[in-house]
Design a protein around this ligand. Structure first.
Ligand code: DGL
Length: 280
């Protein structure tokens, strides 16, 4: 089999369970404006945060194949739950197919920022139950600095509340999720779900001004730039590239919510069916 190597003109592909990954896409659009982007929201199977590790691996490999078929030159897993469960699996899958495409996840960029920024050595983590259960952040923090303590809080339902646009009505619940972090006196809080930066103002008010909220977007953008440069895959054009969207669920809902969160026009959103789609 001949190895498949992509070309600079091909798009960077980004995926998440829903609109959360737009917080990562936004950083990419700003940091690497000359690239083309293809974003997929797997809204038919949201929330990912309640899925098993095996389901997340199956979904992620299926989506990776779909995005490669659509011409992706690099894959960004803009979802912590999928990054935690499936990054290694996707990489192994691409290697087996002899596809020379880099896969960038969100766990390591956020961890590095938080560890480097902490003076107290106490870091908080808000994430989905799936991400916490994977232990991926605990391992990443330990690998970065074994003297740093991590206070992890699973936030069941929070990504869905954000997708539904009802976070204001759920302030009490959000405050409850933050309570252990306040008690532990952390000085950094990793927003370990790409949906959570969408309610950053509310979270900042709860945890207090002195605590830094750490998101993965900027670090991911730098990793993407380095990976593309290493393979000489940066798009050489000088004008802005294009971006387009696909989702597996309701197209209009995605368009409305996505436009609100990205604060840029989304254009047409294409509906895609994935073979193993299960909504239950
Ligand atoms: N935004 C995703 C994450 O970072 C998934 C949220 C969900 O679908 O539960 O984990």
């Amino acid at each position: 089999m001949v190895p498949v190597s992509p070309l600079p003109q091909q798009p960077v592909a980004v995926f998440d369970s829903g609109v959360g990954g737009l917080t990562v896409l936004h950083e990419l659009l700003v940091s690497l404006p000359t690239e083309d982007y293809l974003y997929l929201g797997d809204t038919a199977r949201l929330p990912y945060g309640d899925r098993t590790q095996q389901e997340l691996r199956d979904f992620s490999v299926e989506i990776a194949d779909h995005l490669l078929e659509a011409g992706a030159k690099l894959l960004v897993v803009a979802c912590n739950s999928a990054s935690a469960a499936a990054l290694d699996t996707i990489e192994a899958h691409l290697e087996a197919r002899r596809v020379q495409v880099d896969v960038i996840g969100v766990i390591s960029p956020a961890t590095q920022l938080a560890v480097a920024g902490s003076r107290s050595g106490r870091i908080g983590l808000l994430a989905t139950p799936a991400t916490i259960a994977s232990g991926a952040y605990a391992r990443a923090v330990r690998a970065a600095d074994r003297h740093v303590q991590l206070e992890s809080v699973a936030c069941p339902g929070l990504a869905s509340i954000i997708e539904a646009g009802s976070s204001f009505d759920e302030r009490g619940r959000v405050r409850g999720y933050c309570a252990p972090l306040r008690a532990a006196q952390v000085d950094q809080v990793i927003l370990g779900c790409t949906h959570y930066p969408l309610i950053a103002p509310m979270l900042q008010r709860i945890v207090g001004r002195g605590v830094t909220l750490v998101t993965s977007g900027a670090g991911v953008a730098r990793s993407v730039e380095r990976a593309l440069a290493a393979r000489e895959l940066l798009n050489p054009r000088s004008q802005e590239g294009e971006y387009r969207f696909q989702c597996t669920g309701d197209v209009e809902l995605f368009q409305a919510l996505g436009t609100r969160f990205l604060q840029m026009p989304l254009g047409e959103v294409a509906h895609v069916e994935l073979a193993a789609a299960v909504t239950a």
